[in-house]
Design a protein around this ligand. Structure first.
Ligand SMILES: [Zn+2]
Length: 267
C-alpha cells in the first residue's frame, strides 16, 4: 500500500472521516461522516489517508470529539464487512501512534514513516510496527451436536459461543487450536480445518477460524475462562453471537454439517 504521512488539512479534501481516540470512533448518528473537510470543521487538523472505502479516501484524524465517540462493534452488523475492517484499522492506528510517541530503546521522539505502517526513531533508527495478536476460534462438532460455551466475559448477556484464545509465542495456529480446546474443555479434537479470518480490533486480534470434530474426552471446563460448556443439538441452540461475527459463521457452518449427519449419517 502507498502510505502517506499525516499533514494539515487544507479544507478541500473529501472522503470518509475516521476520527478516533482511546479505542473509539466518532459515529454521529451511528455513521462514519462523509464529505469535505471544511464542511465538517476539520480544516487545519492533522490527518492521514489510511485506505479507501466505498470508492473514496478513508482519512484518519487522531482526535476526540465531544459526542458520539463509540465502539466500532456497531459497524459489525452490516452486510459489508469492509467498513468494520477499515474502521478497525483507524482505531488501531490511532492507538498505535498514541502509544509509540517515544522509542522504547533510547527514549527519543519518534515519527510516522511515509513508506509503511510504522513509527521510526530518528536517533537509533529502530522501527516499531502496530501489534497484531493472532488468535484462534474453533467450532467443534460431535455427530449432530455442537460444543458451545458460556464465557466468563459473556455471563451478563447470556451468550453461548465457540471456544477461542490467543496464539502463544512459538506456536503454530493448529497447535493453538488443540491446546486452547484442551485447556478450556479437556476434550481432544481431530480434522482441524481452516475456514477464514476476521480482524478483531478489541484491542488488536486477528482471529483465525477453524472447524473441528470431536475425538475423545468428557467436558470439564476451565472455570477461569468458562462458566459452562455443553453439546447442543443443532435445532436447540441457546443464544448465539450475531451475524457479522466469525463465531456466527462457524456455528452456521457446523449446523449444516450436523444436518448432513442427520440426513446421511456420515461423519
Ligand atoms: Zn531509538
Amino acid at each position: 500500500m502507498n502510505i502517506q504521512q499525516q499533514f494539515n488539512l487544507k479544507g478541500n479534501e473529501k472522503g470518509y472521516w475516521f476520527i478516533s481516540a482511546n479505542g473509539r470512533l466518532w459515529l454521529p448518528k451511528g455513521e462514519v461522516p462523509n464529505g469535505r473537510a471544511d464542511e465538517l470543521g476539520f480544516t487545519n487538523k492533522l490527518a492521514q489517508p489510511i485506505g479507501e472505502w466505498n470508492g473514496q479516501i478513508a482519512w484518519l484524524i487522531c482526535d476526540e470529539m465531544k459526542n458520539a465517540m463509540s465502539s466500532i462493534r456497531s459497524l459489525l452488523d452490516r452486510a459489508d464487512q469492509s467498513l468494520f475492517n477499515i474502521a478497525g484499522r483507524a482505531v488501531q492506528l490511532a492507538e498505535f501512534y498514541r502509544s509509540h510517541k517515544y522509542c522504547g530503546y533510547c527514549g527519543h521522539e519518534m515519527y510516522i514513516s511515509n513508506t509503511e505502517w510504522c513509527c521510526m526513531c530518528d536517533h537509533c533508527k529502530e522501527r516499531y510496527y502496530p501489534q497484531i495478536s493472532p488468535s484462534i476460534i474453533v467450532a467443534i462438532r460431535q455427530k449432530n451436536k455442537i460444543l458451545l460455551a458460556k464465557h466468563v466475559r459473556h455471563n451478563q448477556d447470556n451468550l453461548y459461543t465457540v471456544l477461542a484464545g490467543f496464539t502463544e509465542i512459538g506456536e503454530t495456529m493448529e497447535t493453538a487450536v488443540e491446546r486452547e480446546v484442551f485447556e478450556e474443555s479437556r476434550i481432544k479434537i481431530k480434522n482441524i480445518r481452516y475456514v477464514g479470518s476476521q480482524p478483531w480490533p478489541f484491542p488488536n486480534s486477528l482471529m483465525m477460524a477453524y472447524l473441528a470434530d470431536y475425538e475423545s474426552g468428557e467436558i470439564e471446563v476451565d472455570t477461569n475462562e468458562l462458566i459452562e460448556a455443553n453439546w447442543y443439538h443443532y435445532t436447540q441452540l441457546p443464544k448465539i453471537p450475531d451475524y457479522g461475527t466469525i463465531a456466527r459463521r462457524l456455528i452456521e457452518d457446523t449446523i449444516i454439517l450436523c444436518r448432513n449427519y442427520d440426513q446421511y449419517g456420515n461423519g
